[in-house]
Structures are given as structure tokens and as C-alpha cells.
Design a protein around this ligand. Structure first.
Ligand SMILES: [Zn+2]
Ligand SMILES: [Zn+2]
Length: 453
């Protein structure tokens, strides 16, 4: 008997984690940390899982909403191997160490003694159980070899994979986070086109129709022309970016636009965690299937400006492009600290290129009107937002039409919808129901065991 259960505490994108029971084997798919919940509540619901009862775990990619609770799970499963791609291994280690720093700060600020939920020293221990596997090669998930897995590139970010699991005569595909189209660096997903009985599919963009006529290329040109306009009027541009993935993709996109003559040639200011993450992208530049193969961003002359000292803030001057983390301008990050001054200047432009949580400082800027006071950090006074603000779509997730198209092509017996907020899941469920009646569509409700074969 094969069973599937979501360990997330709600139908939402948060602490993504799923349990597959395949006969006697129990396999964990991801163990994420919720970005908005606090302390233990940010972890998946691990309450009913006995010590040492999971045989193996799979980590689809490094983002913390998939990896952030893995150290906690491994604490109660010290012998459990965790399988991931080679790039995910390196990226996850760096992100988890950064997560310890963020949690330590939260403990100081909020007095929440649960933090940090794990330590730097623990990361150095648990990663001894991490096992790297390259896409396209089958490997065993149990000692008897009856349950196997094969990774398939899933686009999205460096190292991201979908997992094709075979057991008990059934084939199950767990998508992880997914993008079918090429981005500037990371190429689109290479997923199986047939032979899948059960599809466990992310639904991130289910509630969002893509603008008609959208292409990544035209969106890039729109960004370049907004930057040009700002710079030619004596302003500076801030692009708040997630340190991993979005930073490298957007800088490379702008580099391409510079080479096409659509954007003036000038370096991008980066700092902090983004430098480390760009270094890791460079390390894998010739080891993975990607565009700009072999190109090392850190070594490309005139591409990046980095601070003289570690952690140093770039100075605020006219005519610069600041490609700083964090992507939502969270408190105590470079984009937030510089942003408090930056947004007061009417010549400047904030270009939002990724997802902004409605409560994030970046969303406050996007939703403000010019001249309105915005508080970017509780410890500091609100400041007037006089700069321009524009939003662009460079999502690393598949648009919903592509997700439905994939289900139509694959025609699995069952499709389990995960990794989506309720409106996204609802749209996907209805659409799959109407357009692919051959597949049984199921929503992964928390605490609910789904029998899949
Ligand atoms: Zn992700
Ligand atoms: Zn995710």
C-alpha cells in the first residue's frame, strides 16, 4: 500500500514537507520552514512521526521553505540519509547557516527562546548524512533496493530537481518547485512525458493569470528602459533581490541587455549573502546544464561592484544600480538599510522583480502613494516614499497554464496539488477537473492520509 500525507500545517506555501509511505518504507519529501510563522510553529507538523521512523529523505532544492527544517528532522532521525543534487547540497548548507544567524537575531529581538531552532555546529554534523545524486541516474532509497528514485531537472533555481520514485509497481513524480521555461541562467525543466501514475505538483501560481503577450525578453526590455530613464534623470536604481537565484538571474539578464545595447554598460552593486551565493553559482557554471555555461560572474570584469570589507554597505550615490538582498527588503538586510534613505529621493527607482509578501517592507513601498510615509523598520521612523516604484514579473515558477498543460500531457491516474495558497489550489483543482477528467485530482490537506495505490 502507498500513502501520501502532507505535514504542512495548512493548505499554503509555508513549511513544505510530505511523507510517502511505500509498503514498509517511509520517505520524507522536503522539510521546509515557514517564512512567517514563529518558533516551533514554523516547522512542519512532525508530532506523529516516531524517532528514527523515516528511512530516507529527499530535498528538492535549497530554498528554506523546503530545506529550513531538515536539521530538526535529522536530529530525531540521525541515521536517515538525505538525497539531493550536488548544487543543492552546497547552496543549502550556506542558506541554513544564514538561517541560524537570522534566528539568533530573532531571539535577541523577540525573546523567543525557541530560537535558534538549530545551530551552526549541528549543520556541520547533519550534513554528513547528505548524499548527492546527479539528475538522470536511478538510486536506491532503501537497503533492499525495492524503492528507487531518479532526479529530473525542474528548472526554478540551480540544483532544483523533481523526483521520480518507483516502488510497489507504481511510479510517483514529486515536482518540487518547477519552471518549464528557460530563465537567463537556469534552463527549463526536463520532466518525464509519460509513465507517471501519481503526480505531486506544485501550484504556486494557480491564482495568477499571466499578462497576455508576456515574454521574459519583453519584460527584460521593459526593465532596461525603466532603468535607463531613471539613470538619465540623475537617479539610482534599487532592485531588491533574493540572494540565491534571483540575484544571479536578474544580473545576468541585465548583462545580456547591456550586450544588446539596450542598457548602458555599468557594474551592479552587490553585497553580503548575494556574493556568497553568486560564488556558488560560479562553482557550478560548467558542471550543470545552464545558459552562459562556464561564465563566472564574480570574475567577469566590470559586472559587479562588491564592498571592500565584508558586510559593508555600498554608499548611496546617484547613477548606481543596487542589486541588493533581501528580495522583500526585510528588516536588517542591505536593501532595507539602504532603502530607508533611497526611497526619499524622487529621482530614484525601486524595481520590484519578485514576490513580495503583503506585509513585507517592499510591499509597503509598492502599495504606498508618492509622498506617503512608509515604515521600513520598526526601530526607525517612517520615511516619505518619493521615488518611483515599478513591478516586473520574473517568476521562477511555472505559470498555471503550463502546469495544466503538463498534466494534460502526462495524464496521471492521480494528481495531488501541493505548494499553493487556497485560491491557487482551488483554481488548479477546478481546471484539472474540467480539462483532464482522466486524472483524479486531490488536495493535500494537513493530517489527511491519501491512499495512492
Ligand atoms: Zn523554491
Ligand atoms: Zn517553494
Amino acid at each position: 500500500m502507498i500513502k501520501f500525507q502532507s505535514l504542512a500545517r495548512d493548505v499554503e506555501i509555508g513549511a513544505n514537507s510530505y511523507l510517502l509511505t511505500l509498503g514498509k518504507n517511509r520517505i520524507l519529501l522536503d522539510a521546509g520552514m515557514h517564512p512567517k510563522k514563529a518558533g516551533e510553529n514554523a516547522l512542519p507538523d512532525l508530532g506523529e512521526i516516531d524517532y528514527g521512523s523515516i528511512d530516507a529523505a529527499i530535498l528538492s532544492h535549497a530554498h528554506l521553505d523546503h530545506s529550513g527544517a531538515m536539521p530538526v528532522v535529522q536530529r530525531s532521525h540521525p541515521d536517515m540519509p538525505v538525497f539531493m543534487s550536488p548544487a543543492t547540497c552546497v547552496l543549502t548548507e550556506a542558506l541554513l547557516h544564514n538561517s541560524v544567524n537570522v534566528m539568533t537575531y530573532k531571539r535577541e529581538q523577540t525573546g523567543n527562546m525557541d530560537y535558534p531552532l538549530f545551530t551552526h555546529r549541528e549543520i556541520g554534523q547533519i550534513n554528513k548524512k547528505w548524499r548527492t545524486r546527479k539528475p538522470g541516474r536511478s538510486f536506491s532509497l532503501d537497503s533492499s533496493g525495492k524503492t528507487t528514485c531518479e532526479f529530473h531537472e525542474s528548472g526554478h533555481v540551480l540544483g532544483a530537481v523533481s523526483s521520480l520514485i518507483r516502488s510497489e509497481g507504481r511510479t510517483i513524480l514529486y515536482s518540487g518547485d518547477l519552471h518549464f521555461e528557460d530563465q537567463t541562467i537556469i534552463r527549463g525543466a526536463l520532466l518525464p512525458q509519460s509513465g507517471v501514475d501519481v503526480l505531486i505538483l506544485e501550484s504556486t501560481r494557480g491564482a495568477l493569470a499571466r499578462a497576455s503577450g508576456y515574454t521574459r525578453e519583453s519584460e527584460g526590455e521593459r526593465l532596461a528602459s525603466s532603468i535607463e530613464q531613471c539613470l538619465s534623470q540623475g537617479g539610482s536604481v534599487m532592485i531588491p533581490l533574493f540572494a540565491m537565484g534571483k540575484t544571479q538571474e536578474i544580473i545576468m539578464l541585465l548583462y545580456e541587455l547591456q550586450n544588446k545595447g539596450k542598457l548602458r554598460t555599468m557594474p551592479f552593486h552587490v553585497g553580503g549573502l548575494s556574493i556568497k551565493m553568486t560564488g556558488i553559482y560560479d562553482r557550478f557554471a560548467s558542471k550543470v546544464r545552464r545558459n552562459h555555461h562556464d561564465m563566472h560572474m564574480m570574475r567577469t570584469k566590470g559586472l559587479l561592484t562588491t564592498p571592500g570589507k565584508r558586510g559593508e554597505m555600498p554608499g548611496l550615490e546617484p547613477g548606481n544600480i543596487y542589486a541588493l538582498s533581501s528580495g522583500m527588503m526585510s528588516e536588517r538586510t542591505m536593501s532595507n538599510r539602504l532603502g530607508r534613505q533611497f526611497i526619499q529621493n524622487p529621482r530614484n527607482l525601486v524595481a520590484a522583480v519578485g514576490y513580495a509578501d503583503p506585509e513585507s517592507p517592499l510591499a509597503k513601498i509598492i502599495n504606498s502613494s508618492r509622498g506617503e510615509k512608509v515604515q521600513l523598520d520598526e526601530r526607525h521612523d517612517a520615511v516619505e516614499r518619493n521615488c518611483s516604484v515599478e513591478a516586473f514579473d520574473f517568476s521562477a515558477h511555472a505559470p498555471r497554464e503550463d502546469l495544466i498543460g503538463y498534466i494534460e500531457k502526462l495524464k496521471p491516474e492521480m494528481t495531488i496539488l501541493v505548494h499553493g495558497d487556497q485560491p491557487a489550489i482551488d483554481w488548479m483543482e477546478q481546471e484539472v477537473h474540467d480539462r483532464v477528467p482522466e486524472t483524479e485530482v486531490v488536495i493535500a490537506e494537513p493530517k489527511h492520509e491519501i491512499v495512492i495505490g
